[in-house]
Design a protein around this ligand. Structure first.
Ligand SMILES: [Zn+2]
Length: 245
C-alpha cells in the first residue's frame, strides 16, 4: 500500500487544475500515479461569465454545467478521482468544517506530492486563500493529535502551479516539467472548458513559453533537451537528496 504512487491537486474552482497542471496530471497518470483532484468550488459565480450571459441561467444550472465540464476534463487527463467540496466561490468559505473535510482527503490519499495555487493573487483571493488552506490542511494532516488513529501524513512537496497574469503574482518557478508527450491530453481537457473558450489559446501559448524555459534550463544550445510544451511549478519545501543533480 505504501508503494502506491499518489498525488493530490487542490483546485479552488472547477477548471483551475486543467489550465495550470493538466499536463502534470496526465503525465503522472501515465507514470502509474493515482491522481486525485479536489475542487473546492465549481467557480459558479466568478469563473462562469459565458454561462451567466445565457437567458434563464440559475446558480444550480451553472454548477451542474461546470461539474460536467470538470469531470470530462478529468477523464481526458486520466484523473483517478475528482472530489467536489462545493464550498461556494467568490468568496470560498474555508472554515473549520472545510479544513476537516480536506484533511480527511489528504490522509486518505497519502499523496507523494500535492499541488495548489500561487501564494499571492490580488485578482482572485480564492486562489491565494486556497494555497493557505492547502498549507494549513497539510500541517493538520501531519499532526499526531488530530483524529488519533488515522494514518498521519508524511512530508509531501507542495508545488504551486502557474497563476494567471503570472508577473503580478510573485510566483517564481523552480521546476519545469516537460509535458510534450501528453500535450494532446491537456489540449483535449482544455477544450472541455466550453465556458472559458477565451483561455484556450492563452494557455497553449503559456505551455509553449514554458517549453522554451525547459529547453534553456536543461542545457540550452549546448545539449538542452527538446521540449515543445512544459508547465512551471514553484516548490515550497526543500528537497532531500542523496546526490546533487
Ligand atoms: Zn480559479
Amino acid at each position: 500500500m505504501s508503494d502506491k504512487k499518489t498525488a493530490l491537486v487542490i483546485s479552488a474552482h472547477a477548471a483551475d487544475f486543467v489550465w495550470r497542471c493538466g499536463g502534470a496530471i496526465a503525465l503522472h497518470q501515465e507514470l502509474g500515479y493515482e491522481v486525485t483532484v479536489a475542487c473546492l468550488s465549481f467557480g459558479e459565480r466568478g469563473e462562469s461569465a459565458k454561462l451567466w450571459k445565457q437567458d434563464g441561467m440559475t446558480l444550480e444550472k451553472v454548477k451542474s454545467v461546470r461539474k460536467a465540464e470538470a469531470e470530462a476534463a478529468a477523464k481526458a487527463l486520466g484523473v483517478n478521482d475528482i472530489r467536489f467540496l462545493d464550498l461556494g466561490d467568490y468568496p470560498l468559505r474555508l472554515d473549520r468544517d472545510a479544513q476537516d473535510q480536506m484533511v480527511d482527503i489528504i490522509r486518505e490519499v497519502q499523496p507523494k506530492w500535492m499541488m495548489s495555487h500561487s501564494k499571492w493573487d490580488p485578482y482572485n483571493t480564492d486562489h491565494m486563500n486556497t494555497t493557505q488552506f492547502a498549507l494549513e490542511c497539510r500541517m493538520i494532516a501531519q499532526a499526531w493529535g488530530h483524529n488519533p488513529g488515522q494514518k498521519v501524513l508524511g512530508a509531501p512537496q507542495l508545488y504551486l502551479f502557474e497563476p494567471h497574469q503570472t508577473e503580478q503574482m510573485g510566483w517564481k518557478p523552480n521546476v519545469f516539467l516537460d509535458i510534450t508527450p501528453v500535450w494532446e491530453k491537456k489540449k483535449a481537457a482544455i477544450e472541455c472548458m466550453q465556458g472559458q473558450e477565451h483561455l484556450w489559446k492563452f494557455y497553449t501559448n503559456v505551455a509553449e513559453n514554458r517549453g522554451n524555459h525547459f529547453r534553456r534550463n536543461s542545457g540550452g544550445m549546448s545539449g538542452g533537451r527538446p521540449a515543445q510544451y512544459a508547465e512551471g511549478f514553484e516548490a515550497i519545501f526543500p528537497q532531500t537528496v542523496d546526490e546533487l543533480a
